[in-house]
Design a protein around this ligand. Structure first.
Ligand code: CP
Length: 334
């Protein structure tokens, strides 16, 4: 493992991540990627610790990869799903968290459909004076930091698999396309990509990319953008000479109004296809955090084409990156 200082107790957002922290995660994940390529894929690092996956909203990738990551580190895992829990009898979120605390949980991995829930639980753990860490596994339209970190790792390891580091993205053009308004993935990726020195081009219909988006997410921090964030209401200028294209799921479950005339028109204008990729650099790669609406945000054939698609690599990277986060957060506890 890389020798480093890691002082972060919770991971709620990438907004205040430093370059050193990004590189610590990337290098630690690279070490675990090597562990995962061995015949015996398990290390005793978190033996005796308890990792509780508290998922108040559905998930396939994030929950399974956090569980596998914890098991690869030899932690004991607890899995919670709101629909089969005592929340159906009226138990509150905080009382649920305190119940897991009473069972000796060391790390809580939390997903919720409302922004701010992981932060509220972290604040309560701090108020109680207990050494329980909270990892945000996606909260509403706020952030999805482990997804942002695994996307960063996927891209950086493609460029230099031996020594992935955030500086590798300096000057690269990265397009983020789709339902940016509702996307916590975009909100985490924008932070890491801006920190890397990349040029970040957001493209969506105006209903999914309001003009005030940059101001809305950055507020008084607009001075940190360094002229690196660009907003487009057409796809083509974002794709022109792009090195990477991140396409996002249309989050129909979060749409409270009819924001699009039709899915067919959306695919025609903003769906990523082989033909549209001809605007990009010749060796462009496409990412999608999943789950995918095939034929809507990306054509089905492109999604399955390993020459362009990094979607399966993202899922694979997720285990190593989540092992890195659990290791960095948990290694100071025993
Ligand atoms: N990318 C992502 O968060 O997927 P899941 O909802 O399946 O966890």
């Amino acid at each position: 493992m890389p020798t480093t200082t890691w002082n972060r107790h919770h991971v709620i957002s990438l907004a205040d991540f430093t370059t050193a922290e990004y590189n610590t995660v990337l290098q630690t994940a690279a070490s675990f990627q090597e562990v995962l390529s061995r015949r015996t894929k398990k290390v005793p690092t978190l033996q005796g610790q308890v990792v509780a996956n508290l998922f108040f909203e559905p998930s396939t990738r994030t929950r399974s990869s956090f569980e596998l990551a914890a098991k690869r580190l030899s932690a004991d895992t607890l899995n919670f799903a709101a629909s089969t829990s005592s929340m159906t009898k009226g138990e509150t979120i905080l009382d649920t968290a305190k119940t897991y605390l009473a069972m000796g949980t060391d790390i809580m991995v939390i997903r919720h459909k409302e922004a701010g829930v992981p932060n509220a639980i972290a604040a309560e753990m701090d108020r109680l004076g207990v050494r329980v860490s909270v990892l945000n596994a996606g909260d509403g339209q706020h952030e999805h930091p482990s997804q942002g970190l695994l996307d960063l790792f996927t891209i950086c390891t493609l460029i230099d698999s031996n020594h992935p580091r955030i500086e590798l993205l300096a000057g690269k053009k990265i397009a983020i396309v789709g339902d940016i308004l509702h996307s916590r993935v975009a909100r985490s990726n924008i932070w890491s990509l801006i920190a890397s020195g990349a040029q970040v081009h957001l493209a969506a219909p105006p209903t999914l990319l309001p003009k005030l988006f940059a101001q809305y997410i950055y507020g008084e921090k607009t001075d940190t953008l360094n002229g690196q964030l660009f907003l487009h209401w057409q796809l083509e200028p974002a794709l022109q000479d792009a090195d990477f294209v991140m396409t996002l799921r249309l989050q129909k479950e979060r749409m409270t109004a009819h924001l699009l005339p039709s899915l067919r028109e959306y695919h025609q204008l903003f769906g990523i296809t082989r033909q549209k990729l001809q605007l990009c650099k010749p060796n462009v790669k496409v990412l999608h955090p999943g789950p995918v609406n095939r034929g809507v945000e990306i054509s089905s054939d492109l999604m399955d084409d390993p020459e362009f698609s990094l979607i399966q690599s993202q899922v694979t990277s997720g285990v190593a990156v989540r092992m890195a986060l659990l290791y960095l957060i948990g290694s100071g506890k025993t």
